[in-house]
Design a protein around this ligand. Structure first.
Ligand SMILES: C[S@@+](CC[C@H](N)C(=O)[O-])C[C@H]1O[C@@H](n2cnc3c(N)ncnc32)[C@H](O)[C@@H]1O
Length: 230
């Protein structure tokens, strides 16, 4: 993937590889070439491409802020090639368009696909048959009402089918406007079935070319995998 995208297999890619490997160990049944999975706030489409390339998902619903989504899509195109990209990737902006794309996906004969959604249309997620959603160090950049909106979407999906949520974010973070968000205060519910909840082993330090090479991130990062209750 990294070769085709013309970039290094660096820590940003390695973190996603470890995320996939770990969540597969925790819930192998959630992954298959038929699965529809969701990535909220990907970067360079790394996790999205990895899910598709490894046959862990047949379809990925990718949500991001508009400008970053454009970058995600560009890197998907580099990886897939223009021909596959044209047929496989659809940007949807309303429920009608989404239903058409989802219906077409049912007849896809095993072709992999991506449904791209701009963050402002995140509520469209509620119509998607998502088995597992991923959020890797993205919610820590969102205001609490935005975080709550995504949880509402995922619980709406969980009302129709079992839905897992892998959430890996800073335990506490101060946003540029002074708002402090805390992982523990995300809208978890007591009925959520927690499969793992610990400091994420590969998200405590990052490496750099200068000594001492390994440095801690600005604060501890926790990961939690839950089956969402409704
Ligand atoms: C620090 S980057 C993390 C990227 C990647 N997940 C990773 O692990 O490297 C944060 C990501 O969150 C995205 N993001 C920020 N606010 C968002 C929102 N409201 N909805 C979806 N994505 C959002 C950003 O565009 C960016 O892609």
């Amino acid at each position: 993937m990294a070769d085709r995208q013309g970039r290094a297999y660096d820590l940003d890619v390695l973190r996603q590889v470890l995320t996939l490997s770990f969540t597969k160990q925790m819930s192998r049944d959630s992954f298959s070439p038929q699965a529809t999975l969701c990535v909220i706030g990907d970067g360079f489409a790394s996790l999205t491409a990895l899910l598709l390339a490894s046959g862990s998902a047949g379809r990925v619903v990718l949500v991001n802020l508009t400008k970053t989504l454009l970058v995600d899509l560009w890197y998907l195109r580099l990886w897939m090639g223009a021909y596959e990209f044209e047929g496989a990737v659809n940007l949807v902006t309303d429920a009608e368009g989404l239903h058409q794309v989802l219906a077409a996906g049912e007849d896809s004969n095993g072709w992999r696909s991506v449904v791209a959604i701009q963050a402002e249309h995140h509520a469209l997620l509620r119509h998607c048959p998502i088995g597992m959603a991923f959020n890797v160090v993205s919610m820590q950049e969102m205001d609490p009402p935005v975080i709550a909106g995504y949880f509402d979407d995922l619980r709406a999906i969980a009302g129709k089918r079992p839905t897992l949520f892998y959430c890996c974010n800073r335990e506490e973070k101060m946003l540029p406007d002074g708002t402090v968000t805390r992982f523990a205060n995300y809208p978890w519910w007591p009925g959520d079935q927690i499969l793992i909840d610990e400091l994420c082993p590969w998200h405590q330090h990052y490496y750099a070319a200068r000594p001492p090479f390994y440095r801690p991130y600005d604060g501890p990062i926790r990961h939690r995998l839950v089956r969402l209750s409704v």
